[in-house]
Write a protein that binds this ligand. Structure first.
Ligand code: HPA
Ligand code: ZN
Length: 325
């Protein structure tokens, strides 16, 4: 039987983790005080009371305003380094961290402040035996012009991040809106991924665009793909990674989507388990593995396979990959 200890100790790669979603109430309050930002709450209990959401939009409405406490390079460093310490304790050996530059530049924080702080933590994580890297996400509810501007701002720092992604509100914001930015990023040698959130109005069409037109290597969430056998076959054949987040799913849907994950394992699709926004969805990556294993009676072999998929679809060097798969 799969135990909590087993899932905590399992060596894993974290591929779906938003650094802004690791902002724990303690650090939120500490930074609010240090930066003189009035967030309207002064105790951890009060902060936790604001964590009320039952769909993507209501979650994002709590999530983005909280970022106001992140102002200086040191704040971004502390956010990332504290997360990386927790990841090390959870036996995360490799992590590819999403960050949302537009959530910060849109309120006057410079791009370099964000990336320099985060990258310094990535470098310092080597001492923790965690191999870390950054993925820059575009906010899909912002314009493609804003994404273009962000990409141009980011390119001078190209040695500090390994890929691009797409997050925030998917409703009426299809992947194709950013086709040119993805094409240009790929030409710069950057890896490509995109959120295709669960149960969206146009889930299958969005997955199709991301896979067949834009050539993404992974889909974040993306489990609605099970509705389309041709896309499932395409994903299996091309070893597309699907990064599912059970606890996050449980917040925005009645289901953790375990049936879909099991079906994808059966179809030999490289699906894996991740934590999305652990400070907001009540659990780290080990807890996410445990939650799905417990709820859907996964075997140890299935859990190990999910972890192996996470290394296999990660963007680490082939030599490092060989250590884990
Ligand atoms: N979906 C969209 N936007 C997000 C998510 C997510 O899962 N997490 C943080 N921002
Ligand atoms: Zn996400």
């Amino acid at each position: 039987k799969v135990t909590k200890e087993f899932t905590a100790n399992l060596p894993k790669a974290e591929l779906h983790l938003h650094i802004e979603g690791t902002l724990e109430p303690e650090l939120k309050l500490k930074l609010a005080k240090r930066n003189h930002v009035d967030i309207g709450q002064t105790t951890i209990k009060e902060v936790q009371k604001t964590y009320e959401y039952d769909d993507l939009a209501s979650f994002l409405a709590v999530y983005y305003p909280a970022m106001e406490v992140l102002q200086k390079e040191e704040d971004f460093y502390e956010l990332a380094f504290e997360y990386l310490q927790r990841a090390a304790a959870n036996n995360v050996r490799h992590v590819e961290i999403f960050f949302d530059p537009q959530a910060h530049t849109s309120r006057g924080v410079a791009f370099e402040t964000v990336i320099n702080g985060l990258y310094r933590a990535v470098v310092d994580a080597r001492a923790l035996n965690v191999d870390a890297a950054l993925i820059m996400c575009f906010l899909r509810d912002f314009s493609k012009e804003s994404a273009r501007k962000t990409l141009l701002e980011a390119l001078p720092y190209k040695d500090k991040f390994i890929g691009i992604g797409l997050d925030s509100d998917e409703h009426n914001n299809p992947p194709l809106k950013f086709a040119r930015q993805f094409e240009d990023a790929a030409a710069e040698g950057l890896h490509l991924t995109a959120h295709c959130d669960i149960d969206q109005k146009d889930s299958i069409e969005h997955i199709r665009q991301a896979l067949e037109i834009m050539g993404v290597e992974r889909l974040d969430h993306g489990t609605n793909i099970v509705e389309d056998i041709d896309l499932v076959q395409f994903a299996a054949k091309n070893k597309i990674g699907l990064t599912s987040c059970p606890l996050s799913n449980g917040y925005v849907s009645p289901e953790m989507k375990g049936k879909e994950v099991l079906e994808l394992l059966r179809q030999d699709v490289k699906v894996s388990i991740h934590s999305d926004d652990p400070a907001y969805f009540g659990g780290n990556i080990g807890d996410n593995y445990y939650a799905i294993a417990e709820r859907y009676n996964l075997t140890k072999d299935q859990v190990v396979k999910l972890a192996r998929n996470s290394f296999e679809t990660s963007w680490i060097s082939e030599e490092k990959k060989a250590l884990y798969i």
